[in-house]
Write a protein that binds this ligand. Structure first.
Ligand code: NAP
Ligand code: G4F
Length: 353
């Protein structure tokens, strides 16, 4: 159904979720405004295919820049804001805790204040990209909207502030502020340093002849992995809901990093056998006997989130969310197949395939 009169502002439009959400909103007839950061090399590859769309408008800004945020919100007067911008890498947040807080915590406050001071409190609906990292050292399994939070990283702590400042503006000013507590969601557009994409890219390259060894950290960490394209639909549903609220979006299934590896290599035609324990654990290609996966302390974190498993019942009943739309196996296939196709294209260009 077309929604031709609506205007949405997406922060983080160049990211994985921003690119899928722009596609969705443009299809629904929105005028989409996106915030991009100035960079010395192009950072719009994920939305390249949308750049000619006359309903897509990009403006330079940064979540650390209050005056820019105020100006853009005052000028656009958006019906909806999707705040997806963040320093989104948990591991990096240990190295850049202050920057992570500036963007992931105070950035949200800047948006809320910009909306409020522009007199848009009762017009603009705001979605905040909250995260299962809030549960951290989990207090219960599975995690739902009522599970207490216990973040385990500067990223998680910053996102906790963001979660609560959203709730505060909802309660104090009656603003339509909703948190989507999204569990890990991946895709063929996932950043290459997140574990799933790191795995699918390596599995593809190794299956096509590369001699590299994939080096990972904690293989036993468990995550509830869904498909990003499905999850952005929930972002829109959350802002289209009758009232502002917080929702867990998850599949209700959890797998280890090791299991993701096994499934991706299998899709790429390599049967993995796991040998050893801890730092000595490695994944062997059963057919050749070669080590293709090893472990390095370099990728361990000062504090780990061991197990995430979401309970999406509320989103299922109130938003009509289907947590089984894309299964774990289908997700692994989508990502691995995409990386195989990309690697084949690279090899073809080099004349080696
Ligand atoms: P992503 O691919 O890393 O994208 C992050 C986006 O934020 C990029 O567009 C990035 O711009 C932008 N950004 C970073 N710092 C910024 C700043 N200071 N000012 C303005 N923009 C900035 O992340 P994603 O996976 O799409 O995730 C989207 C959001 O959901 C993030 O807030 C993330 O924390 C949250 N989240 C993600 C997951 C998940 O599993 N994917 C789960 C729960 C929550 P550049 O392209 O210029 O770097
Ligand atoms: O892929 P990851 O880096 O994602 P993580 O830390 O779960 O964070 C992602 O999901 C969150 C939602 O829960 C988002 F809020 C956040 O923005 C981001 O999108 O790591 C997943 C697991 C971790 O336990 C990590 O320790 O994989 C483990 N891991 C093992 N080896 C690794 C590696 N992670 C990375 N990035 N690289 C490795 O080599």
């Amino acid at each position: 159904m077309l929604n031709s009169s609506k205007t949405a502002l997406i922060t983080g439009i160049t990211g994985q979720d921003g690119s899928f959400l722009s596609e969705l909103l443009l299809k629904k007839g929105y005028e989409v405004f996106g915030i991009i950061r100035r960079s010395s090399t192009p950072n719009t590859s994920r939305i390249e295919h949308l750049l000619d769309n006359p309903s897509l408008h990009l403006c330079y800004c940064d979540l650390t820049d209050s005056s820019g945020i105020c100006r853009i919100i005052r000028d656009i007067r958006p019906d909806e804001i999707y705040n997806l911008a963040a320093q989104s890498h948990v591991g990096v947040s240990f190295d850049q805790p202050e920057f992570t807080a500036e963007v992931n915590a105070l950035g949200v406050l800047r948006i809320l204040e910009a909306v409020r001071t522009a007199g848009l409190s009762h017009k603009t609906r705001i979605y905040q990209a909250s995260t299962s990292e809030l549960y951290g050292k989990v207090h219960e399994i599975p995690q739902s909207e009522t599970t207490p939070f216990h973040p385990r990283s500067p990223y998680g702590v910053a996102k906790l502030y963001a979660f609560w400042i959203m709730k505060h503006y909802r309660e104090a000013y009656g603003m339509f502020c909703s948190n989507g507590i999204l569990f890990n969601h991946e895709s063929e557009r996932r950043g290459e340093t997140f574990v799933t994409r790191k795995i699918t890219k390596a599995a593809a390259r190794i299956s096509l002849g590369s001699n590299e060894v994939l080096t990972l950290g904690n293989l036993s960490a468990k995550r509830d992995w869904g498909y990003a394209k499905d999850y952005v639909e929930c972002m829109h549903k959350i802002l289209s809901h009758s009232h502002p609220d917080d929702f867990v979006i998850a599949t209700g299934e959890t797998k280890t990093v090791r299991e993701f590896c096994t499934a991706s290599f299998e899709r790429a035609g390599i049967e993995l056998v796991w040998l050893g324990e801890g730092l000595d654990e490695c994944g062997i290609d059963k057919a050749t006997g070669k080590t293709v996966v090893k472990v390095s302390p370099e990728f361990f974190r000062a504090a780990e989130v061991d197990l995430l498993l979401g309970d999406p019942s509320k989103a299922v009943s109130e938003l009509g969310f289907n947590p089984r739309k894309t299964t774990f196996r289908e997700l692994v296939e989508i990502m691995t197949d995409a990386d195989i196709a990309k690697q084949k294209a690279v090899l073809e260009k080099q004349g080696t395939f």
